[in-house]
Design a protein around this ligand. Structure first.
Ligand code: PEP
Length: 256
């Protein structure tokens, strides 16, 4: 099945308001005129209001890097799905490995956040991925199953066509060492299999499974030509318009 490629730039803790505004202008101008790819950026939370306003009416979509699962109350420092929708966000990254590592997110909190996103009308980009040690010990599939099981438990069939799963091997993030396209495909096909087992193939075939970890224009085509690689989560190479747009354009050349 042909799924529309989805490319999201994760800006992490980079770019102030002025730089964000400038970069959004450059990206919007350079986006392909056709609708053959969905493109989003996830800037720092404090600039989401401005980013949402700037992107309104354009082909660029806005994602948050994180979201909380409660909608209101005594949760100092958090923001909800509703708050993000108000700012013009369409997506939120959930469970990025940096949030798991530095902010103690658990598989269960990732599942709560995923459920809250779908309940409130935000599309979650759910990140999973193994460490180098886990891969070397042959634990990749076990780890992904452990990470994904609580998420699968909260999903209902209607969620699956919108679901975006991001496979981000930790050893490939920010290291310059991307997974080989074949390595990515092996994992994506395993993840698709988990969805098929729970929701059946006609729904599972609609979910998008994207890859993240040292993506650049040079390795985009090979990754995107894999059967189950439906898009990319891009960190470092999304921080300038030229390198990000080059990746977006490469995605349009996908064969599968
Ligand atoms: C990321 O952190 O989501 C990521 C994929 O980073 P990079 O592209 O820099 O490896």
């Amino acid at each position: 099945m042909k799924r529309k490629p989805f490319v999201c730039g994760n800006w992490k803790l980079n770019h102030n308001l002025a730089a964000t505004n400038e970069l959004i202008d450059q990206i919007i101008v350079g986006l392909p005129a056709n609708d053959n790819v969905d493109v989003a950026i996830a800037p720092v939370a404090t600039v989401l209001f401005s980013a949402g306003a700037k992107a309104k009416g354009s082909k660029l979509q806005i994602a948050a890097q994180n979201v909380f699962y409660e909608s209101q109350g005594a949760f100092t420092g958090e923001w909800s799905v509703q708050h993000l929708l108000e700012l013009g966000c369409r997506y939120s990254i959930v469970g990025h490995s940096e949030r798991r590592q530095y902010f103690h997110e658990t598989n269960e909190s990732v599942a709560h956040k995923t459920k809250a996103c779908f309940a409130g009308g935000l599309i979650p980009i759910v990140c999973v991925g193994e460490s180098l040690a886990q891969r070397e010990q042959g634990q990749t599939q076990n780890i992904l199953l452990e990470q994904l099981t609580p998420v699968l438990d909260v999903l209902v069939p209607e969620n699956i066509p919108q679901l975006i799963l991001a496979y981000e091997p930790i050893w490939a993030i920010g290291t310059g060492k991307s997974a080989l396209a074949t390595e990515a495909e092996e994992v994506h096909s395993y993840l698709r299999g988990l969805l098929v087992a729970q929701f059946g193939s006609s729904l599972a075939e609609q979910a998008r499974i994207i890859y993240g970890g040292s993506v650049k224009a040079e390795n985009t085509t090979e990754l995107m030509n894999q059967k189950n690689v439906d898009g990319l989560l891009v960190g470092g190479a999304s921080l300038t318009a030229g390198s990000f747009l080059a990746i977006v354009k490469e995605c349009l050349k996908r064969l599968t």
